[in-house]
Design a protein around this ligand. Structure first.
Ligand code: AMP
Length: 487
């Protein structure tokens, strides 16, 4: 088997960051879906797709690129007529060969057509896939989502909902998904509720979206979250709620609050901006710094830095300026370019920093690339001292539930303790918020070790499901390698 040179950003392992959107009962369903996906662009910038149903036929458009580029031409939206549509954007490989992975996936079943879009990652998709291939299934993509499609096809249940539930009962991991049928849309959240999914209303139309910012952009009202383990079926009769799965203790992803969700979204009933500010306040109490100035690493560190400055009673100023025409740091394809990316993206603002002792606040340290470059830059701009405060506990473990993190060995905090990290990054002091501090910021008194209310596996290694593929030795990128063999 050919082993291509791989990097974290250019591989196509089947776990991915994504945004999903669905609308039912609106004359401009596809245009609204494109707007919703645009608001969710931060959840995936590499590719997107929309599938619409016009009462007779399904229409699909999928491409690599940003929503604004893919769906800005009127002819594209006009090619997606109908009152119901779903959409998806994803973080994955660029390149035409991977177009087949762009969701929503569509399948023509004996009972009719079904399009499906998924945010999250399944921890037993590899194992199931091997089993399905062994029974003659032919896969078209490397996505986990296609495993769900094959399980639906093979289910012997009578109704589509029963088939879907049957399929979902076999999978493990995190899934927030939306589906489009010829007369309905469906939204489902896994029993732990790891990834978010909300319900909105726009006049008579119903909307489902990964985050509430996708409702705001189209003027829809937030109704509520889809509950963990809930299936919502939306058709001409309105919304029907089902709870077909074995109930489980809620374990929503805490990293959505730290970094992933947009600050103007309401996730799990809590404003993300507010939580981030409170993280900064907690951090100021836990880890004060002898500084003149609080400086955020933009944009991800801004709300926590505001909270830190307010609680520490220190001035807040923009000591680092971000160039907004560069994508997220992680999107660049190789280590070399990723390093360059940090310099392309940020520049120190000498006017505010020179001669001052600064506290830099960022949301997380993953590989340490961003922090190292930023500290270098801030020192070169004349800072007298640099203290770094991080609005999450050390990231010591990879995510298997849909946030793209590197393998464990590449995580700085998996290899070094805080003092060693401080020396490597080149700061005068370094502190991370404690797990209890983070839990207080999201509204829990503390982290109850026996029953944590969130999935915090990236900081604790406490994975709320079995990691079937990983434990069985299936690497996260096995199936892209299989496909590269075929190409
Ligand atoms: P690093 O340079 O590898 O330490 O990455 C840390 C930076 O990446 C922080 O500034 C975060 O804002 C950002 N970040 C953290 N997690 C992710 C993620 N899963 N995807 C993209 N960016 C991230």
């Amino acid at each position: 088997m050919k082993q291509p040179a791989r990097t974290w950003a250019d591989d196509d392992h089947p776990h991915e960051e994504c945004g999903v959107f669905a609308i039912f009962g609106h004359a401009d369903a596809a245009a609204h879906t494109a707007l919703g996906l645009h608001a969710l662009q931060h959840r995936g910038q590499e590719a997107a797709g929309i599938v619409a149903f016009d009462g007779h036929h399904f229409h699909a458009h999928r491409a690599t690129g940003l929503i604004g580029d893919i769906f800005s031409r009127r002819s594209v939206i006009e090619g997606l007529p109908g009152h119901a549509a779903i959409g998806h954007n994803r973080y994955a490989t660029t390149g035409a060969s991977m177009l087949r992975n762009v969701q929503p996936l569509f399948a023509d079943f004996a009972f009719g057509g079904l399009a499906i879009a998924h945010n999250g990652n399944l921890t037993n998709a590899g194992t199931l896939r091997r089993e399905l291939v062994g029974r003659g299934c032919i896969f078209q993509s490397t996505t986990d989502t296609e495993v769900i499609v094959h399980l639906i096809a093979r289910s012997e249940k009578a109704t589509i909902i029963d088939r879907l539930v049957d399929a979902l009962n076999r999978i493990e991991g995190a899934w927030s998904l939306v589906a489009l049928l010829d007369d309905a849309i469906i939204g489902v959240r896994d029993p732990l509720g790891v990834r978010p999914l909300v319900i909105g209303r726009l006049g008579e139309a119903w909307v489902l979206a990964s985050e509430s910012c996708a409702l705001d952009i189209i003027g829809a009202d937030l109704v509520r979250d889809v509950d963990p383990g809930e299936v919502v079926l939306i058709d001409a009769n309105g919304l029907t709620s089902l709870h077909p799965f074995e109930p489980a203790p809620r374990r929503a992803c805490i990293f959505e609050y730290v970094y992933f969700a947009r600050p103007d979204s309401v996730v799990g009933g809590r404003g993300v901006y507010d939580v981030r500010k409170r993280i900064g306040e907690e951090l100021a109490i836990e880890a004060p710094a002898p500084a003149d100035l609080v400086v955020p690493v933009p944009d991800s560190g801004v709300p926590a830095a505001i909270g830190y400055a307010q609680a520490a009673d220190l001035p807040f100023d923009l000591g680092i300026i971000r160039n907004h025409y560069v994508g997220r740091t992680f999107i660049e394809p190789s280590d070399q370019i990723r390093h360059l990316g940090v310099r392309l993206k940020h520049n120190a603002n000498r006017a505010t920093i020179e001669g001052r002792s600064v506290v830099l606040v960022d949301d997380s340290i993953v590989r340490g690339t961003t922090s190292t470059k930023i500290v270098e830059m801030v020192r070169a701009a004349g800072a007298a001292a640099v203290h770094m405060r991080i609005a999450s506990p050390p990231t010591t473990h990879s995510c298997y539930y849909g946030v793209d993190t590197p393998e464990r060995e590449a995580l700085l905090a998996a290899r070094y303790d805080v003092a060693e990290m401080a020396a490597l990054i080149g700061v005068d002091s370094l502190a991370f918020i404690s797990m209890d501090g983070l839990y207080r910021a999201v509204g829990e008194a503390h982290r109850d070790r026996s029953r944590p209310a969130y999935c915090d596996a990236c900081f604790s290694g406490d994975y709320p499901t079995r990691l079937v593929d990983a434990e069985g030795g299936t690497p996260r990128d096995q199936f892209s390698l299989m496909l590269e063999d075929v190409e």
